[in-house]
Every structure is written in structure tokens, then in C-alpha cells.
Design a protein around this ligand. Structure first.
Ligand code: KIV
Length: 539
């Protein structure tokens, strides 16, 4: 990864430097969205797609936040082929050490440490003087250099900081060894003009600024994150931090797909390039939707269901004559294949393999066989199998993980006359167990049957259904979100042409994850906690 992006002789709004580093934080800031929690296997799936897409930096987590985060960063660091793997760390020795250890197995590891610079944060949150904070920054960045030479320092709440003090803090961080300096709009408050002013000021007033890459991280509280990121690029930022589908704290972050496609589509204006293989954007977007259950609105830029749909007669007329009349980018460029063949029960292995490739899947032989069998079963129920059906089918299979609970059979009776009734048989650790239940509607009856067979304390937090495609034979895509007593959130996702079967399978998917959380993750946490307690007592 270039530490000093090369200069181009071309004039542009970006000052003639033509490489933008794409820093993806779906697995750190994105995962901080309430309900978006991912387990280790899911994080690995997302990291693999991000690496395949060619993003420069994957912020894989906040290693100090939990043992699960530490293990996830480490596992991603071990297997990622190209991207730099980064962990977040507060300006504290313990945090930095843990981040350093987590990214150690990576081919290239980065520590991203941060400290607030705004008076609002210093006074009300940290109760520290500006002078003392400069000392904290110096010590933290210097300590981080013991673990890697790739260090990012972020000035939290930069956009509400006094500019002269911000410059002092940036200079301190660079002097101590920061190679990337990030100026985040932590509270999503700034406008594009503010961003330009801040970057221009910092560039003009920090004497050692040429020794670091400038970065921007935008929150979307006012819906300005993408506009602000692009303004940062025009003012000299050479790294943009973003997430798939814009997920993140509160209103989310800059959406990777938006900033990447804006830079590509308006290359005439920005005159910069970025490394992302944009044809994998849809793949990444769907995967993140399926894992988190965070469906995006149909009119969402780039990845929404209607982003490339033309409804009005005048537009359709123009499109039929020449797509450039109303289309500023092609659907194919983001991984949507409008002209590709619809699959059906006569489609063979070869066509299916080709289709998976076109959709950006890269799966092994066993997974392929399984996917092909499931595709055939779906094609028997549904005349036309669309791309979205196949994406839902393969994602379900990849996300599923351990399956100690399996659906054997379900029958449901419901309607306007009295209570709904469910008869359910599950296989639990190889044993068949059945229940008959009644409920307020078929979903309630079926979920009660699941709870009767496999009792658990986790509460149902979300039940969500979407049609994968149009048409009466569309598959239902269901998300079930459970929350444990310790407030750990677990999502289950499944799709089927029968909404009740999809609902039951989604609950079972969540239940299987809950079981592996209770048998693997929770005891590890308890052991670690008691070891820490013993160690503290000994000290
Ligand atoms: O929003 C923010 O300021 C952050 C930093 C840690 C980059 O997430």
C-alpha cells in the first residue's frame, strides 16, 4: 500500500494525486449498529468478500472490546490475502498491545488508535486539558510503533475541534509515528464546506503533514456522509473510511458503494481511482443484508432494488433506444446482470456454476453440490429462479454454521376461525422431538412449538419478512433476531417459497447460533473472566 501516493501531472479537484485508499469498517463501526452483531464465521465471510473486492484496509474489529473481537481480528488477520488488517485501540497501552497482538498474523497489520480533540469531549467526557491530551497522543502513537510501522491516529470529533488545536494534535501524532491521520466527523455534524475548510487548514498549517496520508471517516446523522467524504477527497484526503450499505453507529457511516461509484462515475471531476472491483458490490451488499437482517430501502443508491429500475414511460422509451439516456452507470458495473439468463429446473450444473461465478460466489466443491441440490429443489417449486433467489439460497447455506437443530416437518392450520395450530417435529442432536401448539396466528404457533421442543431464555427481538423477488411464487426471506440475557444479539436468516417454513428455518438458524454461543463462546468468556480475576488478586 502506498504510504505516499504518487503525484500525477494532471490537474484535478484532488490536487493531481490519483489514488484513494478504501478503508472498510463494516466489521468494526458497522458491527457497532444495534442488532448488527456478527459471529466469527460471519465476519470471516464478510472479510473474504472485502478482500476479494480489493479494499485496501479492513478494520476487522476493536480487539480490546471483547475476547470475541480479539479472536475475530486475529482469525481475519491470519487468512486475508491482500488487504491490510486493522484493529481499533483507544490511546491506552493495554488496548494498543491487544490490537498489536491481534493483527500480528496479518501480512500487513495496522493499529488504529484514537483520541478526542474537541473541547466538548475533553471537558465533559475526558476531563482533561488540551496539553495533557497531546501527551496522551504522543505516548500512545509512540507505543504503537513497537508493534507495527502502519499506524493510524484519529482525532475523534475533529469536525467540532478548534482548528489550531487540531493542527497541534495532528503534528504530534505524525511526529510520534502516525502514518495515516484520520479527521472524523464523529457526530455527523459537518457540511461539505466545513470538511473542505478543515482539510485545507490542516494541510496548510501542519508542518509535517506530507509524512502522513490524510483520511476521512463520516457519520451519516444528517445524511451527508457520502457528500462529506467526496468533499474530503477534493480537499486532499487520500483515504476514505466506509462500510457496506453504510451500516454503522446511529444513522451509519459513509456507504462504500456510494463513495466508490461516485469516484468511478465522476472520474472526470475527481480524477482519482480506487482499487475496488465494483462488480462485487452487490455480492457484498446482499451478504451484509443477509447476515445482519438490515434490509436496505428500495431507493437506496447503488444497491437498492430500484436503483436500476426504470418505471416511467419516457424513461423506458429512452432506455430501449440507448441505455445512456437515463443510466449514468451500468447495473453490470455493480454486479447486477440484467441480460443474464433466468434459471429453471432444466438448467444444468455448468449453467449453475457459471451463474455463481457471475454473482461473485467463490465456493468449494462440496458447497457447490449442496447449493446445486438446493437450487434444483427450489426450481421444482418455482418456475423461474432469479439471481436474488440464488443469492438467498447460497447465503443461507454459508451463514448457517453448525446444525444441531434441524427441521423435520411442519404443518400449520390458520385462518379466521379460531386459533392457529402448529405441529412441528425437529431433530435435536439427532433425536426427533415433536410438539403441537396453538397461537395467535401461524408464526406465533410455530415459534411456540420451537420453544416447547428446545426451551431457551433468549427473547425474540425481531421477526422480519421480505419477498426475495416479485411474483406470487416468490421466496420469503425471513430474519429472526434473538437476544440473550447478557444482551448478546443473534440473527437467524432463511428463505423458502413457504413463508411459514422460512420463518421456522430462520428461528432454527438463530437457535443453532444461540446453542454454539452458549456452548463455545460463553464458557470461554467465563473462564477468561475468572482467570483475569485470579491474576488481579495475585498482583
Ligand atoms: O466516529 C469516529 O470518530 C470513529 C473513530 C474511532 C474513527 O469511529
Amino acid at each position: 500500500m502506498p504510504k505516499n501516493p504518487k503525484k500525477s501531472s494532471k490537474t484535478s479537484h484532488s490536487g493531481g494525486i490519483d489514488r484513494i485508499i478504501i478503508f472498510d469498517t463494516t466489521l468494526r463501526d458497522g458491527e457497532q449498529s444495534p442488532g448488527a452483531t456478527m459471529n466469527l464465521e460471519e465476519k470471516l465471510l464478510v472479510a473474504d468478500v472485502l478482500d476479494q473486492m480489493g479494499v485496501d484496509v479492513i478494520e476487522a474489529g476493536f480487539a480490546m472490546a471483547s475476547d470475541g473481537d480479539f479472536e475475530a481480528v486475529k482469525a481475519i488477520a491470519k487468512r486475508t490475502k491482500s488487504a491490510v488488517i486493522c484493529s481499533l485501540a483507544r490511546c491506552k497501552k493495554d488496548d494498543i498491545e491487544r490490537a498489536g497482538n491481534a493483527v500480528k498474523p496479518a501480512k500487513r497489520g495496522r493499529i488504529h488508535t484514537f483520541m478526542s480533540t474537541s473541547d466538548i469531549h475533553l471537558k465533559h467526557q475526558f476531563r482533561m486539558s488540551r496539553e495533557a491530551v497531546l501527551g496522551v497522543i504522543k505516548d500512545a502513537v509512540t507505543y504503537a510503533t513497537k508493534f507495527t510501522d502502519d499506524i493510524e491516529w484519529s482525532a475523534m470529533d475533529a469536525t467540532r475541534s478548534d482548528l489550531d488545536y487540531l493542527c497541534q494534535a495532528v503534528e504530534t501524532a505524525i511526529k510520534a509515528g502516525a502514518t495515516t491521520v484520520n479527521l472524523p466527523d464523529t457526530v455527523g455534524y459537518a457540511t461539505p464546506d466545513d470538511i473542505k475548510r478543515m482539510f485545507t487548514y490542516v494541510k496548510n498549517n501542519v508542518p509535517n503533514i506530507d509524512k502522513a496520508i490524510l483520511s476521512f471517516h463520516g457519520q451519516n446523522d444528517l445524511g451527508l456522509a457520502t457528500a462529506n467524504s467526496l468533499a474530503a477527497v477534493t480537499a486532499g484526503a487520500r483515504q476514505i473510511e466506509c462500510t457496506i450499505n453504510g451500516i454503522g453507529e446511529r444513522a451509519g457511516n459513509t456507504a462504500l458503494e456510494e463513495v466508490v461509484m461516485a469516484l468511478k462515475t465522476r472520474a472526470d471531476y475527481f480524477n482519482v481511482h480506487n482499487p475496488v472491483k465494483t462488480e462485487l458490490i452487490m455480492r457484498a451488499s446482499k451478504l451484509v443484508q443477509n447476515i445482519t437482517g438490515f434490509a436496505i430501502q428500495p431507493n437506496k443508491a447503488i444497491v437498492g432494488a430500484n436503483a436500476f429500475a426504470h418505471e416511467s414511460g419516457i424513461h423506458q422509451d429512452g432506455m430501449l433506444k440507448d441505455a445512456s439516456t437515463y443510466e449514468i452507470m451500468t447495473p453490470e458495473s455493480v454486479g447486477l446482470h440484467r441480460s443474464s439468463l433466468v434459471m429453471g429446473k432444466h438448467s444444468g450444473r455448468h449453467a449453475f456454476k457459471q451463474k455463481l461465478k457471475e454473482l461473485g460466489f467463490n465456493i468449494g466443491d462440496n458447497a457447490f453440490e449442496d447449493a446445486f441440490n438446493r437450487f434444483k429443489a427450489l426450481a421444482d417449486k418455482k418456475k423461474k429462479v432469479y439471481d436474488d433467489d440464488i443469492i438467498a439460497l447460497v447465503d443461507d447455506q454459508m451463514i448457517k454454521g453448525d446444525e444441531s437443530v434441524k427441521l423435520v416437518s411442519l404443518s400449520v392450520a390458520c385462518g379466521s376461525k379460531g386459533k392457529a395450530k402448529a405441529e412441528l417435529t425437529l431433530s435435536v442432536d439427532g433425536k426427533k422431538l415433536s410438539a403441537k401448539t396453538e397461537g395467535d396466528g401461524p408464526v406465533d404457533a410455530s415459534f411456540k412449538a420451537i420453544r416447547a421442543i428446545a426451551p431457551h431464555k433468549a427473547r425474540l427481538k425481531l421477526y422480519q419478512v421480505h419477498a426475495v423477488t416479485g411474483g406470487i411464487d416468490a421466496q420469503a426471506d425471513v430474519t429472526v433476531r434473538l437476544e440473550t440475557e447478557e444482551e448478546v444479539v443473534i440473527n437467524g436468516n432463511a428463505s423458502d417459497t413457504d413463508t411459514m417454513v422460512a420463518s421456522t428455518l430462520a428461528y432454527i438458524a438463530a437457535l443453532n447460533k444461540l446453542k454454539s454461543y452458549e456452548t463455545k463462546v460463553k464458557p470461554e468468556r467465563a473462564t477468561l473472566k475468572s482467570e483475569v480475576k485470579v491474576a488481579k488478586k495475585r498482583k
